[in-house]
Design a binder for this molecule. Structure first.
Ligand SMILES: Nc1ncnc2c1ncn2[C@@H]1O[C@H](COP(=O)(O)OP(=O)(O)OP(=O)(O)O)[C@@H](O)[C@H]1O
Ligand SMILES: [Mg+2]
Length: 316
């Protein structure tokens, strides 16, 4: 038995005028679980989501989603996917119930079924208390939840979530993460975009790093971290003299030099034997090194290593 991948693209591209926004995207997203498209502002995340969800036509390459070509089989595909965009698509003047019921009617449910489904979703997304209030009185987190509920009125096989947690406080963010996990347990494949490395690390089975409209790297969080291969050992020396001695001894091995805090960083696999040997070498009398810390590789390091830039958006 073969499993059709949820998404398969080959040399997919999209330009707006002379600007190439997506270039040569070749990507396979397995069915089931969470796939995260991670990238900074303007890297092309929304554009790729719009192409894959049939809202924007690609102008190069091909994309099949759930086995359907995004251009020639657009209609069949649309019936099987849902999209929650980066900006909420809700009617502010209607209540939560009315918004969901309307969506149900648009999706072909009868009046009673649409109303029943709306109540069910409001309950599930913890919005029953606000069901009869107009959306314009909702907080950002409530809107986000209602917006996602709206994309689940008829259950999709594949759900696109474009930056589902941007602008949410930590608690709402955790609620959103739990919801995504619940959806995957129910068999929905989730394709989400995010600027947050932590979010991709937490939620995603696989991650693609998008940079300037190109996939800079793709794999599991662990695979991506392994490409950077090492963590860093930071040594705090006991004063300027000890710092100068250690710096001399390390030579090129020092990858981080901070004289103000008498701290030196060297790459390490984090193994105890390796760290012990290094401490013995630099500090045979056990007086020069005051403290040390080992930083495991983070997706930040991966992003930096693969794009040559720090990913500012992680510091939230
Ligand atoms: N309809 C359009 N016409 C012209 N340029 C566009 C259009 N849509 C997107 N772009 C450009 O394409 C690039 C990628 O935009 P996109 O919205 O896909 O990025 P993003 O990764 O979703 O960014 P963000 O994190 O800010 O949401 C940007 O430079 C943007 O200005
Ligand atoms: Mg976007």
């Amino acid at each position: 038995m073969t499993h059709t991948p949820a998404i398969e693209t080959a040399a997919l591209g999209k330009s707006f005028g002379a600007v190439r926004v997506l270039g040569d995207i070749t990507l396979t997203v397995p069915a089931g679980g969470v796939f995260a498209l991670l990238g900074p502002n303007g890297s092309g995340k929304t554009t790729l989501v719009r192409v894959l969800s049939t809202l924007t036509r690609p102008d190069a390459g091909t994309a099949r989603v759930l086995g359907h070509d995004v251009v020639s089989e657009r209609r069949a595909l649309r019936a099987r996917i849902s999209l929650t965009g980066q900006y909420a698509a809700l009617d502010e003047l209607q209540t939560g119930t009315e918004n969901l019921a309307m969506m149900g009617r648009l999706r072909g449910l009868g009046r009673t079924a649409a109303r029943r489904r709306a109540d069910e979703l409001l309950e599930r997304f913890d919005l029953t208390g606000a069901a009869r209030r107009r959306v314009l009185t909702y907080s950002g987190g409530m809107r986000r939840r209602l917006d996602i509920a709206a994309s689940l009125v008829t259950p999709p096989d594949l759900l696109f979530l474009d930056e589902p947690t941007t602008g949410l406080d930590p608690r709402s963010r955790h609620t959103m993460w739990d919801m995504v996990t619940d959806l995957t347990r129910a068999g929905v494949t989730v394709f989400l975009t995010t600027q947050y490395l932590e979010e991709a690390d937490r939620l995603a089975d696989r991650i693609a790093l998008l940079d300037g409209g190109r996939v800079a790297a793709e794999g599991t969080a662990d695979q991506l971290k392994a490409r950077v291969s090492t963590g860093r050992l930071d040594l705090v020396l006991d004063g300027p003299a000890a710092f100068a001695d250690a710096l001399r001894a390390l030579g090129d091995r020092a990858v981080h030099i901070d004289s103000e805090h008498a701290t030196l960083g060297v790459t390490t696999t984090g193994g105890a034997a390796e760290i012990r040997a290094l401490l013995d070498e630099l500090d045979p009398d056990r007086t020069a090194v005051r403290a040390f810390t080992v930083r495991p590789t983070t997706l930040d390091d991966v992003f930096f290593a693969l794009t040559g830039r720090a990913q500012e958006a992680t510091r939230v």
